[in-house]
Design a protein around this ligand. Structure first.
Ligand SMILES: Cc1cc2nc3c(=O)[nH]c(=O)nc-3n(C[C@H](O)[C@H](O)[C@H](O)COP(=O)(O)O)c2cc1C
Length: 186
């Protein structure tokens, strides 16, 4: 079977290079509408979305993530850190940070659903995206509070996930699908 939604799901990729073309206001509005329309447990909507276009702030976060990662053993670090030109946000023109309500069992799941809604909405508009867990490292540093403030996280809320969005400047094949991840019980 195929339809427009299934095709979008199949064509989405994680893009790790972007042009500097800024998002239009119409694109931003549509991405954030898709985000807030996501389902959430008990409709708690335990999320806050912060759209960042400030490249200086993204550079500061990138530096903090890199420094934090370098404190780890190399086997616990993404191989991407071996590349000196690696940038956590891949120089995307916009990154959406999702911060989450504390003490709520489903905050990470609800945040994950919302970030995928954003990814698929981006794909539907001819934009590319990459979901980003790595920025979490910046919130383990002594600058964490300053970053939470700069990113407008509500008081007491913390980083859940982020997603970079822009016009892709790379192409990528579909990921390999691991075997034995589906069972049928009739
Ligand atoms: C929760 C989560 C966190 C991720 N964090 C990162 C990240 O920090 N940096 C990155 O380059 N890709 C990140 N990814 C992208 C995955 O590497 C990617 O989805 C996976 O390799 C499959 O490739 P595809 O998205 O192109 O299908 C993340 C994906 C998910 C779902």
């Amino acid at each position: 079977m195929t339809n427009e939604t299934l095709s979008l799901i199949s064509s989405r990729r994680s893009h790790r290079a972007y042009t500097q073309t800024p998002l239009t206001q119409e694109q931003i509005d549509a991405l954030l509408k898709a985000a807030v329309e996501s389902p959430s447990a008990v409709n708690r909507q335990p999320w806050h979305f912060t759209l960042v276009r400030n490249q200086e702030l993204l550079d500061e976060l990138n530096t903090a993530v890199r420094e934090q990662m370098m404190k780890r053993n190399s086997d616990k670090r993404s191989p991407r850190f071996a590349d000196k030109d690696f940038h956590v946000f891949y120089h995307a023109p916009a990154v959406i940070f999702i911060s989450g309500m504390p003490d709520n069992l489903y905050t990470p799941i609800d945040g994950g659903i919302a970030v995928e809604n954003i990814a698929l909405a981006a794909e539907s508009m001819g934009l590319g995206s990459v979901i980003l867990g790595m920025p979490r490292e910046a919130f383990l540093t002594e600058k964490a509070d300053a970053f939470r403030k700069a990113l407008c996280f509500p008081e007491g809320w913390d980083f859940v996930i982020a997603i970079a969005v822009g016009t892709p400047a790379d192409t990528k094949p579909a990921h390999d699908v691991k075997e034995n991840r589906i069972s049928f019980v009739d």
